[in-house]
Design a protein around this ligand. Structure first.
Ligand SMILES: [Zn+2]
Length: 208
């Protein structure tokens, strides 16, 4: 007994009693759908890193790593599904797991966006700290820039701030800064802004 690749119904003959497709036709239909859903997933995976930069979460790098794991898992599933479908093997369980992955990047991106968008500026808390190092990794589109500052959270020796190009160029190692952190409408703290500490104003007017 096998199941129809397309609709998942049990079938005894080559033709599915529910959707009427032969096993060859069902394979074609299924793989076409797999491709479409994978495209939706890939598009979300391109959007997610951008969404991360709009209202950058404080733990952006942790989230990007977490997302990288999801991405790798999903693509592995897609490859396995395609291979199994070609061999006309059972795919029902894998298919359901994979389809669960498809909206994830979109949901994560929307969560981060809403988290920042609906947040109130009144709740921003400023943490005085010092820039310890800077890090720039070239990327295909815009690269990632980080200011590493002394941490203020428990068990967090360093905070890796995802800053834009302007802020990245503006601050040097040793600069004293105030880091504005918003709590997030959905409870994900995000980087509101990095500002030069007031007593450093002499230095900043010199460098500008
Ligand atoms: Zn069927």
């Amino acid at each position: 007994m096998t199941r129809c690749l397309d609709c998942g119904s049990e079938r005894i003959a080559d033709q599915c009693p529910t959707c009427g497709l032969t096993s060859a036709a069902a394979e074609v239909m299924f793989r076409r759908r797999l491709l479409k859903r994978t495209a939706v997933f890939l598009a979300g995976s391109i959007v997610f890193p951008y969404a991360c930069n709009v209202y950058p979460p404080l733990d952006i790098d942790l989230m990007l790593v977490f997302f990288g794991v999801i991405f790798a898992l999903a693509l592995t599933l897609a490859v396995m599904l395609d291979r199994r479908a070609r061999r006309r093997q059972e795919i029902e369980v894998l298919k359901r797991i994979y389809y669960g992955f498809i909206p994830l990047p979109w949901i994560l991106a929307a969560t981060l966006f809403v988290n920042g968008k609906l947040d109130s500026q009144k709740n921003v808390i400023y943490h005085p700290t010092v820039v310890e190092s800077r890090y720039y990794m070239r990327g295909v589109v815009r690269g990632s820039r980080r200011l590493f500052v002394k941490g203020w959270r428990l068990d967090q020796r360093i905070e890796r701030l995802a800053v834009d190009a302007d802020d990245f160029d503006r601050f040097q190692v040793g600069d004293r800064v105030n880091v504005g952190v918003a709590p997030g409408a959905l409870g994900v703290p995000w980087l509101y802004g990095v500002y030069r500490a007031p007593d450093d104003s002499m230095k900043s007017s010199r460098t500008q």
